[in-house]
Ligand binder design. Structure first.
Ligand SMILES: [Zn+2]
Length: 214
């Protein structure tokens, strides 16, 4: 298995334990809906986790972000139990957040043909959006801090040497110098989840932020 295109072990285990923030969970769930291989890995992780809990006689993890996802979706997040309507491009967990499929989206233009849709979550720890990259073009204004998960939904993009197509996940941090570029044959739409920028409450710090460069 090419680990680069799938959910990493640390994310999958945190997802199984219900300890992921809502934004990351949405990216994992979106990939799971499109990848039978990782659904199989999740089943193994959950079984192993359940056994660990039994042997340790510990309380099952209670996690608010996980219940937030479930409450939002109105049912347990079980990708294999969610039948896809014909020709739906967005998998089930994403459609529930967007309020429909791709044709329902009101894109906000970013310039040079690129567009985005911000997706609201309640976790305060992640920034979630759908990105549309025009065929053959790079992602605009691509700077971020910390981890970034990108799940391809339509088309494909190249990140240096590696091609990412529908369902593939790119798991990058800020040590990776990457400028994803859509392949020339089609626009690329992907789900991008990044760590939310720090927000400062105090107006003094906010006023100083541009000066201090923090
Ligand atoms: Zn996978």
């Amino acid at each position: 298995m090419t680990a680069r295109h799938h959910i990493s072990d640390d994310l999958l285990l945190s997802y199984a334990a219900g300890s992921l923030a809502e934004g990351w969970s949405l990216a994992v769930a979106t990939h799971l809906a499109l990848c039978a291989q990782c659904r199989g890995r999740l089943a193994v992780a959950e079984a192993a986790g359940g056994q660990l809990l039994e042997t340790a006689d510990a309380e099952p993890p209670t996690d608010e972000s996980w219940s937030a996802v479930r409450a939002r979706l109105g049912e347990p997040l079980r990708p294999e139990a969610a039948p896809q309507p014909k020709a739906a491009i967005l998998p089930r967990p994403l459609r529930d957040y967007v309020g429909g499929d791709l044709d329902q989206i009101r894109w906000r233009m970013l310039g040079k043909g690129a567009a985005q849709l911000r997706i609201k979550t309640g976790d305060g720890a992640t920034q979630v959006r759908l990105l549309k990259i025009p065929a053959g073009k790079p992602v605009p204004e691509h700077s971020h801090r910390g981890r970034e998960l990108t799940v391809v939904l339509t088309g494909a993009f190249n990140d240096g040497e590696t091609l990412f197509a529908r369902g593939d996940v790119e798991d990058a941090d800020d040590s990776v110098q990457h400028i994803p570029t859509a392949t020339p044959d089609a626009d690329c739409i992907c789900l991008a989840v990044t760590e939310a920028p720090l927000r400062f409450r105090s107006w003094i710090v906010r006023a100083l932020q541009p000066i201090l460069g923090i």
